[in-house]
Design a binder for this molecule. Structure first.
Ligand SMILES: [Zn+2]
Length: 58
């Protein structure tokens, strides 16, 4: 990961947020991605993975 800030996001960077947005160490992945793709291959997998962890929300 390249750890870029919100202001560094472009069409060609992975927009996967890492950490807590309220904290100073919050950043975006920033890996290069093909056009019209929001996440890099690694994070796209994470994003579309079914939630395996059971939660009490339901
Ligand atoms: Zn990424």
């Amino acid at each position: 990961m390249r750890k870029i800030a919100l202001t560094d996001l472009t069409e060609q960077t992975c927009k996967w947020p890492v950490g807590d947005p309220t904290q100073d160490d919050f950043y975006f992945c920033g890996c290069e991605v093909p056009e019209n793709t929001p996440y890099c291959a690694y994070h796209a997998k994470l994003a579309y993975q079914p939630v395996s962890e059971r939660r009490r929300a339901s």
